[in-house]
Write a protein that binds this ligand. Structure first.
Ligand SMILES: Cc1cc2nc3c(=O)[nH]c(=O)nc-3n(C[C@H](O)[C@H](O)[C@H](O)COP(=O)(O)O)c2cc1C
Length: 183
């Protein structure tokens, strides 16, 4: 193995300051194998509203930066709540900026929906990611329901079943990314 760490881009679908989804990503970044370097992407709000007229050869600078972070990453983690039975608008907007590109084609992704309920949102996330040709398996996706009762204010996962599910998710995701490295 070379000294170069594999990059993982972690995107929280919630831009809320005290977000449970952000805390989960932080937990993953602290517990994933140290051969990976996780960047917690906190600029979802800096992306302009998607507009096909702006999706030209020279898209807005924030979009260029976002796309190149995805392109350079060995894998992308998305952890999101469900908003009104769908994806939060900011996350959907960011993904719309990727439709005309191939940045997600064959990209290994881990998908977590952590929400009050989240079933519909999780389904939609899977459909969108499949559409933009990202790669994930049943083992690299996770639906966590009743999330607010499973974390404390410090971001500690207090529910044992959820903790085990997230740790298993991390192992599975590492394995998937590891396969990218072997190629
Ligand atoms: C605008 C809005 C819409 C929501 N709609 C849903 C929903 O359809 N389904 C659901 O499970 N939770 C819904 N919730 C509750 C979120 O799941 C809950 O607030 C969650 O903790 C948000 O994630 P966060 O802690 O990372 O911000 C909604 C919350 C907001 C603010």
């Amino acid at each position: 193995m070379t000294g170069q760490k594999e990059k993982i881009l972690a995107i929280s679908g919630s831009t809320r300051k005290n977000s449970s989804n952000f805390k989960i990503l932080k937990f993953i970044s602290e517990n994933i194998n140290k051969e990976f370097e996780v960047e917690l992407f906190e600029e979802l709000e800096s992306l302009p509203h998607f507009n096909p007229d702006l999706d030209t050869e020279h898209p807005p600078e924030a979009v260029v930066k976002f796309r190149s972070k995805i392109a350079e990453a060995a894998g992308v983690l998305i952890c999101t709540p469900e908003y009104v039975f769908s994806l939060p608008g900011s996350l959907k907007n960011a993904l719309e900026w990727c439709v005309s590109t191939t940045v997600f084609s064959n990209k290994k992704v881990g998908l977590i929906t952590a929400s009050a309920s989240g079933e519909k949102g999780h389904e939609q996330l899977g459909l969108i990611m499949k559409t933009i040709e990202a790669k994930f398996t049943d083992e690299t996706q996770l639906l966590i329901q009743g999330i607010r009762g499973k974390l404390n204010a410090e971001g500690t996962i207090t529910d044992e079943k959820t903790l085990h599910a997230i740790l298993a998710f991390i192992t599975n995701f590492e394995k998937e990314i590891g396969e990218v490295k072997l190629k």
